[in-house]
Structure formats: C-alpha cells, structure tokens
Design a protein around this ligand. Structure first.
Ligand SMILES: *Cc1c(COP(=O)(O)O)cnc(C)c1O
Length: 633
C-alpha cells in the first residue's frame, strides 16, 4: 500500500481530537494551528529549537495562543448565544485553577478573559491565596468552593476588603454559622452562595459529584434552613448565588439539561420567596473529545460546546420566563475545556524491551538442526503467501504449544526452544509486513497483534505526567512526530521508565473501540524517534506524583509569531527537576550526601584500594549526577 500523510492523519485520528488545533500537512509535517485556522507551526521546527538549546526530553510544550483562543471562544459562544435567544442575564465565567494552577497558565487565562470580566475559582486555602494575588477587573466574580475553616473564610473577607466580588460557596451547613459569625465580628458584608445537592444523577466518570452519595452540597431542606438562618441574622441579602456541579466531562446533553432544570426550579423558588439571588453557577463539566468517537465513551462527548451552551441557556430561560423571574447571570467553571488542548509532552521512544526483531535471526535458523518443529516453521515461513497466511498463523500457534509441552517434559533443549521462538516471531512479523489490506482482515490482525505486540520504552513517568492514564485509563492521543509519510508497521504498547510494572499505557485510541496497542514505525538503528502525547493540559500537568522520584519535566512556552521565519518564539524555558532537587524535597541534603560518599572514597584511597586521581573523578561523577535531569539521557 502506498502510504500517504493523510493515512497517518486517519491512523492517529487527528481530526477527531485535534479540534482544528493540530493537523498533518501533505508533506507529512505534524502541525499545531494555535488559532484553529490556517496559521501553523511545524513541530519539526520546535524540536530543532529544543535540540539547539539542549533542552532534553521529556519536555512539556505549552502553546499559549491555544489557551487564549479557548478562553475567547468560550466567552464568545456564551455571549453570542445569549443574544441569539434573547437571554437577559450576563455571562461571568470563572476559571477553576485546580485544573492547572501553574502561574503562567492562570495569568494567560485571566489576561485573555479580562475584557469579558473573567474570574477565578478556588477550592482550597492555597488556591484562594493564589487567586487573591492576580489582578482582576472589579466586575469579575471569584468563586470559593471546597471545605472551609476560619482562616479560609477570613481570607475570603480580605478579598471583600480588596473590593473583589468574592462569593463564598457553602458546601455544608456548619460553614454558614462560621461565616455569619466571622462577618459580624469583622463587620464585613460577605457574598454567599450555596451549593445544591441535586437529586439528578450525573453521568460519566465523575458522576458522583451530585446525587445522594455526593460529598458536597445542601439538600432542599438544608437550603431552606439556611435561608431562615440568614434571615434571623438579618443577612438574607448576602445570599447571592446558587451553585451546582454534576461532575467533569459530562458525556451528554440530556444529563446537563436535567440538572439545570432542577437547579433553576430551586433558584426560582428562592427568588420568589424573597432571596436576593443574582447568579446561577453551573459548575464545570463542559467536556472535550480525547478520542472524538461520538457516543459510548467516557473520554468523548456527544455535543459541541455551542450545543451545550445553547441547550443550557434555553433550559434556564424557559423556566425563568414561565416563573416570571429575571434571568440570572450565569457563571460556569470550565477548566478542562479551557486547558486540555494547550499543552503536550514530547519525548523519545528509545528501544524495545524484547526481541528487537526476530527477522535478523532467520538466517541462523535455516542452518539449525533437524528438529521437526523448527523445520516445519521454517517451511511455513519460506512458503508464506497471500493464500495461506491465515492457515500458517494458526498452525504456528499449535506448534508453539506443542513445543512448550515437549520442553516441560525435558525433550527439548533451551537452545531449541529459543530457535522455535525466534522462528515463530519471524513468521508473525513477516505476516504483519505483508502487503495485505488491514481492513479486510481486521479480526485476524487483532490476533496477530496480541501475539507480537512489542513494548517500546518511552522516556517518561506515567505517574508524573499522565496520571489519569494510569488511574482511570483515560485515553490520550499519541502521535509520532516523524516519518508520517511512512506506514507504521509495528503494533506496540508503550512502557515508561519507572520500575513499576503498572508504568505503562494500557489503552490507545482507535476508531473501532479501545485498542491495547498503538501502531508506530519499526525503529531504525540509532534513530531518534520523537512522539507527542497530546491534550495533557487539564489535570495531567498538575496532578502528577513523585513515584520513583522523576519529578517535574522541562518545559517551554511557545507563542506564534507571523514575522518569525519559523512562525514561533520560545518565551520561557523552565528546567525540570534535577535529582538533587527532588531528593531535597524529601529531606535529603545533596551536599551532605556528597560529603558522605566522599569520606568513604577517601577512606578507600587511604587503604590503597582506589588511586587518588580515580577517587577524585568518582566523587566528581557522583556530584554531577546529583545535578542532572532525573529522566534518561
Ligand atoms: C473540578 C471542578 C470544576 C472543573 O470542572 P471541568 O469539568 O474541568 O470544567 C469546576 N467546579 C468544581 C466545583 C469542580 O470541583
């Protein structure tokens, strides 16, 4: 088959998940289109710049223009839809920083959202401290979720003193009492919201964010109790917002519509009983397509953002009109939608864990002894053709089983068994490389892949950089950044460099359901084979752990530049962790460590076991290793 770059685009399903931010051109270049239009940067050029600057893999690449584009398109979508359906409230989006708290990311988002009065959301004390430090327009709203102690509440009131619209969203009743007492004591008028615990069940992987088993929220009777309590304390006018959140990555529109209906009814009942509500906060959940297979998958959604927004606003408007109340200002807390696409990880695949290629062994086998199994396999291999490849495969599986039995009974040597293995793999590889149309025999090839899927090692820690791939089998797009005009003939699974056997990617995207392998190219000798893992900007970047002490990655921040010959410039480089730095987070002191190693070596020198010059070189080596990147070189 004559493989073209378009075939690679299909193989890696770029149009499905790329949302126009990524593409493969006719020359086989992988491109980022930071504004989702024809303007583009070649990955090849970015990789070259990384090399010039000696920035080692793995590296996180952030495309700031994508962040800006996501923020603007979210706001434009809400604003245009509001105009279209004659919705009278405002849209006041906030960015929940837990999705990616990195300062540069939050800064870029608030800057892009400034003219729309975008605000921020915090879910913990540290996040609240962070959001207070960002300059925001006075119209912007800040939403404070999560469990709160007195210090948290006091920080919220500090925000009020700073002239901010800080809305304390209460998660449970006891927080209300504390808030009222503190506000009275400090004589600051708070803005209060209440998180409703909706009965409507969510759907998708995070469905238990609402419903009777949810961790957070007020039941209807608790909401009424809160209303009474505020009234008794002469503070009912501080109750400004009703919040709900039914989970991240909501898979379908009907779930969201049901939840919005229940919440709007509660909102309108409260308004009609005299509460001074102004905002309806619909939480997060606006999903993205990691796979782009519409329907039936946790990592894809069955709607476009514009459908989601229109459905939502229409649902709220219809109920408000029916109840004859003002349309609320809408707040949404979309994190995944804004950040998922903007960052990716580039790293290198550098080899395989097993049987590099059995084909190299073919010649040796031909000369092998007269063992009947080997003879038969060799014949199958020699006579392999389009008319008998299926039969040959099934027969070879039988042979392999017979060989194992013979070996266990002591009838074959380890050498003979190894020859059979090599011959078997050579046969399967030859079938895999035959010029047969994959689609006609997809079931058959599935079986072959299962037998010979080899493992490629990639320079990364799954636990640090793509934790959801490990924790919830989240699928992330993976694309080789080279040889896209060539057919990828190897079916491989990717394993990482941690010593944990769970450190691998188990599920890969494909149009015909989840695959346990990805097709990559057969590695050539000494080849640099870079791959990209995409859509890591939401949660993955920030949730990683320290398993095996690999630590944070090198990172570059990239902006598009029309004038530049390569169409981009690197605005910032942030070095990843050195081994010494990551150890010091666990109370090790690199200097003391080096001293201790030195004193042992000195001792060995005194005893004449090491020559002084060698000893000094070994100490230097230990010290320089404490100062090197934690990943493989
Ligand atoms: C996590 C979370 C969000 C963000 O949800 P996305 O689906 O990423 O947009 C918003 N609000 C609350 C309360 C959350 O817990």
């Amino acid at each position: 088959m004559n493989w073209k770059p378009e075939d690679s685009s299909k193989e890696y399903m770029v149009p499905h998940w790329g949302e126009d931010y990524f593409s493969i051109n006719r020359e086989g270049d992988f491109l980022v289109n930071p504004f989702a239009d024809e303007r583009s940067i070649k990955f090849k050029d970015i990789l070259e710049e990384l090399e010039d600057r000696k920035i080692a893999f793995p590296t996180v690449i952030r495309f700031h223009d994508i962040l800006i584009h996501r923020v603007r398109s979210l706001f434009k979508n809400f604003i245009q839809t509001m105009e279209k359906i004659d919705y009278k409230g405002h849209y006041r989006g906030v960015y929940p920083i837990k999705v990616n708290q990195m300062r540069e990311v939050v800064e870029e988002i608030t800057l892009a959202g400034e003219k729309y009065f975008m605000g921020l959301e915090a879910g913990s004390k540290a996040e609240l401290l962070a959001i207070l430090s960002f300059p925001l327009p006075k119209e912007s709203v800040c939403i404070l979720n999560g469990y709160k102690d007195e210090e948290y509440l006091k920080l919220a009131l500090l925000g009020r003193k700073m002239g901010r619209k800080m809305i304390i969203v209460l998660e449970k009743f006891s927080e209300l009492k504390k808030t009222v007492e503190l506000a009275k004591e400090l004589k600051i008028k708070p803005m209060i919201g209440i998180r409703a615990r909706l009965e409507t069940q969510g759907a998708g992987p995070w469905s238990e964010s609402t419903g009777p088993r949810a961790k957070f929220g007020f039941t209807p009777s608790e909401i009424l109790k809160a209303q009474d309590y505020l009234e008794e304390n002469d503070m009912l006018d501080t109750f400004r917002l009703l919040h709900f959140h039914i989970g991240s990555q909501i898979p379908n529109l009907s779930t969201m519509r049901e939840a919005a209906t229940e919440a709007t009814r509660i909102y309108s009942d409260l308004v009609k009983s005299g509460v001074n509500l102004k905002y309806l906060d619909i939480g997060g959940g606006l999903g993205v397509n990691y796979e782009g297979i519409i329907g039936g998958s946790n990592t894809s959604v069955n709607y476009r953002a514009s459908d989601y927004i229109e459905n939502l606003l229409q649902t709220i408007k219809t109920i408000c009109d029916e109840e004859e109340i003002n349309h609320p200002d809408i707040i949404s807390e979309s994190g995944r939608f804004i950040t998922a696409h903007h960052s990716c990880i580039v790293t290198e695949v550098f080899g395989t864990t097993q049987c590099a290629s059995a084909n190299g062994e073919k010649k040796k086998i031909k000369n092998a002894n007269a063992n009947p199994y080997i003879k038969e396999l060799s014949e199958l291999l020699t006579n392999l053709s389009e008319s008998n490849f299926q039969e040959s495969f099934y027969r070879s599986i039988q042979i392999k089983q017979e060989v194992l039995q013979s070996y266990k009974r002591g009838k074959l040597s380890l050498h003979e068994r190894s020859d059979v293995d090599n011959c078997y793999r050579a046969l399967l590889e030859s079938i895999e490389e035959m010029d047969i149309d994959y689609d006609d025999y997809s079931n058959f090839f599935e079986k072959i892949e299962k037998e010979i899927t080899s493992q490629y090692i990639f320079n990364l820690s799954v636990f640090q950089s793509i934790p959801d791939s490990w924790a919830i089998e989240q699928i992330l797009p993976i694309v080789p950044l080279t040889r896209l005009d060539e057919e990828p003939t190897k079916s491989v699974s990717l394993v990482d460099i941690t010593c944990d056997s769970d450190g691998k990617i188990k599920k890969y995207l494909s149009t015909d359901g989840k695959r346990e392998y990805v097709r990559l190219h057969k590695l050539q000798k000494d080849e640099n084979y870079p791959v990209g893992i995409f859509m890591t900007g939401a949660y993955q970047d920030i949730m990683g752990d320290m398993h095996n002490l690999f630590g944070r990655l090198n990172e570059v921040h990239i902006y598009f530049d029309e004038e530049d010959p390569w169409k981009f410039y690197v605005e910032e480089v942030i070095n990843g962790n050195t081994t010494g730095k990551i150890l010091s987070t666990l109370q090790y002191n690199p200097e003391t460590m080096a001293d201790r190693v030195k004193s042992v070596i000195d001792d060995q020198i005194r005893r004449g076991k090491i020559k002084p010059r060698d000893g000094v070189a070994w100490i230097d080596f230990y010290e320089s290793a404490l100062d090197s990147y934690t990943y493989l070189k």
